[in-house]
Design a protein around this ligand. Structure first.
Ligand SMILES: Nc1ncnc2c1ncn2[C@@H]1O[C@H](COP(=O)(O)OP(=O)(O)OP(=O)(O)O)[C@@H](O)[C@H]1O
Ligand SMILES: [Mg+2]
Length: 283
């Protein structure tokens, strides 16, 4: 074991058996995430990204392999690993946004008083820029605001790892960029470890210290790319383009097999910039 503080995944495989079919969602995953790191997972649809997050959260049991957090085997779900999803309906619609958070806190630490829980909820709502909205209900918020609440709730229980499964995937481009900036600020302030799944190369490079590029059938790690860019990162720098090319090459490792494959595409062709709407890589 290389580190006692952080996440270690050893030889993890996950196979599903459905309707007479065997699906190798993940095969031989070995990775390590150091405490406080911000890493991204990127890969084609179906390569096991969500399954891996669910195994870390212990919502799924791996078929083989072991996971350790801070040197201890992960054996059950726990508030040391919280998750934020892509969809906007993660909140309890019958609770105000403050109550959405205090409810999570009451489950996590029953000993806290109502006053303490309210104070904590307001602190985290302030952290995500939602001071003044505490008494609204989820249906009164925009998609971006709901995602902010989901992030505030996930952080409020003081997790060791924040698992984010395409949390900005359904947002418009402007809100997405704003939330990326906020997330970096929050990460720097809280020092929480973040594992962030995305389909968007630019998002991965803006956010992560390292990028795990996955491939599918079976789902596995194709390449781990170190991100050398200093923060704040600019989408326009030549260095950004060079990391982008690296990620793109490894995402398109089998592009020759695809229609029109083998042709190298630049960033401008393959991925619309973050400011222009949906932006997915060309696989
Ligand atoms: N509960 C399940 N039962 C059966 N098969 C499953 C289950 N969950 C996932 N799979 C299969 O495992 C594979 C990986 O799924 P997963 O959702 O992890 O992919 P993903 O990389 O997150 O894809 P996407 O980018 O579309 O979200 C897929 O082939 C999927 O059909
Ligand atoms: Mg997924």
């Amino acid at each position: 074991m290389l580190t006692e503080t952080g996440l270690i995944i050893e030889n993890l495989s996950k196979t599903f058996y459905v309707g007479g079919r065997t699906i190798e969602a993940l095969q031989q995953i070995n990775l390590e995430v150091v405490a406080g790191e911000f890493v991204n997972i990127i890969g084609p649809s179906g390569c096991g990204k969500s399954t891996l997050l669910r195994c870390i959260a212990d919502f799924e049991k791996p078929t083989t392999g072991r996971l350790f957090l801070n040197g201890k085997a992960i054996k059950r779900p726990g508030i040391d690993r919280t998750m934020v999803f892509q969809n906007f309906d993660q909140l309890f619609p019958w609770y105000t946004i403050r109550k959405n958070i205090t409810f999570a806190l009451s489950v996590a630490a029953k000993s806290n008083s109502t006053k303490e829980r309210n104070k904590k909820a307001d602190y985290y709502l302030d952290l995500v820029g939602l001071s003044g909205y505490e008494d609204l209900y989820p249906h009164q918020l925009s998609g971006g605001m709901k995602q902010r609440v989901a992030i505030a709730r996930a952080l409020s229980v003081n997790p060791k790892i924040l698992l984010m499964d395409e949390p900005f995937g359904s947002l418009d481009a402007i809100t997405r960029v704003a939330l990326q900036k906020e997330l970096i600020k929050i990460w720097q302030e809280t020092k929480v470890t973040i594992i962030f799944v995305t389909h968007n190369i630019e998002e991965a490079i803006i956010l992560g210290d390292r990028i795990f590029v996955f491939q599918s059938n079976p789902g596995r790690i194709n390449k781990i790319i170190e991100n050398p860019l200093a923060r704040p990162r600019s989408l326009d720098s030549p260095e950004f383009n060079s990391v982008w090319e690296k990620v793109h090459v490894h995402l398109n490792f089998d592009s020759k097999k695809r229609k029109g494959g083998g042709k190298k595409q630049g960033r401008a062709v393959a991925e619309k910039p973050l400011s222009s709407g949906a932006c997915f890589f060309d696989i």
